[in-house]
Design a protein around this ligand. Structure first.
Ligand code: PLP
Length: 404
């Protein structure tokens, strides 16, 4: 028997886990499945902006991006990222920008470079699961702090205070948030910056949904507020530019960058060990960062994502025993089911039962490190009609549903 390493025993990625396998086996039997499990833009008819497509083809034909890139990234892409930060008055040194195959890869690199065995990293609950995995695989310990549903899913500063220990090394902020769709206000981000500085924790700021906000809500980059401790910001092409298949993201170091050379050398070493991030897409980063490539029109009133959020909320409002916090950003909602009404004991079972009965794939809250069996996540990237029908199925299903 060949067993996988015991290091994987605390690692999970429910978004592509058991539920997806079940959905795939139904598809093989020709059952059509509506997959609302993952924030992947292409299957929902949201392509990479055409200008970026054209430029990439041209660069490729010019012979660019055929080889490995420099380990940290190509100079033009690094300069474009520095320029983006300069516009918000944040100075980032050239040696402090690192490109990776998605934030997913950079999260692993950052945690591998930072953590000693059993070091603790404060992660939000609920949390995008790549982070818990990155911490665990680096030998660290994820310690979850509460995001409070009654406070618009904002992080609970007191809970964070209680959970900081001598072993704490870093705190993760995901803003705008997956899975809750929350967007944090500046005052709250300042409080997070202060508490991190007080305890000399590194701030990890996952801003992959930066600017993906509705109703003129602003997402404030953490790097603007962090001065007295190290801030590592993560962003990329996956969501803002609808280009997750390009696997292109960057991480930048800002704030207190004195005495971090050994850590920077560690990041460089890990980046060189994987040779480089995908080379070709890096050539379009300057162009990507020069405009929003149609993002605003998708998000504003009447835009496609805005409309999809509207229909979703309209349908959810009519379901008894279900409540939710209106998402202000990203493309997710994390509804709550009444434990009493549905006699809930197991959220994965709920998603499995719904998949088998109505052929709609959702992900249970535990997949996002949510400890109670009462939440699940809906991705609202599908068009209005598909989404509306999927929500009608949910309404119908919940009328009868009670767990044994
Ligand atoms: N961070 C968050 C909060 C996400 O939701 C996702 C993907 O859904 C990622 C990171 C992964 O991003 P990437 O495609 O750059 O690996």
């Amino acid at each position: 028997m060949l067993r996988s390493s015991s290091r994987l025993s605390n690692v999970d990625y429910a978004l592509r886990g058991k539920l997806l396998l079940q959905a795939e086996s139904l598809k093989k039997k020709n059952v059509p499945i509506v997959s609302l499990n993952i924030g992947n833009t292409e299957p929902f008819g949201l392509p990479i902006p055409s200008q970026l497509q054209e430029e990439m083809i041209q660069y490729f034909r010019q012979g660019k991006g055929h080889g490995y890139a420099p380990s940290r990234g190509i100079p033009q892409a690094i300069a474009a990222v520095q320029e983006k930060y300069k516009k918000i008055d944040v100075s980032v040194q050239t040696e402090h920008v690192f490109f990776g195959a998605g934030v997913s890869e950079l999260a692993r690199i950052a945690m591998d470079a930072l953590l000693e065995k059993d070091d603790e990293v404060l992660l939000p609950a609920p949390c995008y699961p790549v982070w818990g995995a990155a911490v665990a695989l680096a030998g660290g310990k994820p310690v979850y702090y509460l995001c409070d549903e009654h406070a618009g899913w904002h992080p609970d500063i007191h809970d964070i205070g209680r959970k900081i220990s001598a072993k704490s090394r870093a705190i993760l902020v995901i803003n705008p948030n997956n899975p809750t769709g929350a967007v944090y206000e500046k005052v709250l981000l300042e409080q997070l910056a202060n508490i991190a500085a007080r305890h000399q924790l590194v701030i990890l700021s996952d801003e992959i949904y930066e600017g993906v906000t509705y109703d003129d809500v602003e997402s404030v980059p953490m790097s603007m507020l962090v001065k007295d401790t190290l801030c590592i910001s993560f962003s990329g092409l996956s969501k803002i530019y609808r280009a997750p298949g390009l696997r292109t993201a960057w991480m930048t170091l800002s704030g207190k960058t004195k005495e971090i050379q050994s850590f920077v050398d560690g990041l460089y070493l890990l980046c060189s060990l994987r040779l480089s991030a995908p080379a070709l897409p890096q050539y379009v980063v300057p162009s990507a960062l020069s405009t929003d490539h149609g993002l605003k029109s998708l998000l504003q009133s009447g835009g496609r994502l805005w409309e999809q959020r509207e229909i979703l909320m309209k349908k959810l409002d009519m379901i008894e025993g279900l409540s939710y916090v209106k998402p202000k950003g990203a493309f997710y909602v994390f509804p709550k089911l009444s434990v009493n009404t549905f006699n809930l004991k197991d959220d994965e079972q709920f998603c499995t039962d719904f998949l088998l009965k109505k052929h709609v794939l959702l992900i249970h809250g535990k997949g996002f490190a949510w400890m109670h069996p009462d939440h699940f996540r809906i991705v609202f990237l599908a068009d209005r009609i598909t989404l509306g029908k999927a929500m009608d199925h949910l309404t119908d299903f919940l009328k009868e549903y009670r767990q044994e």
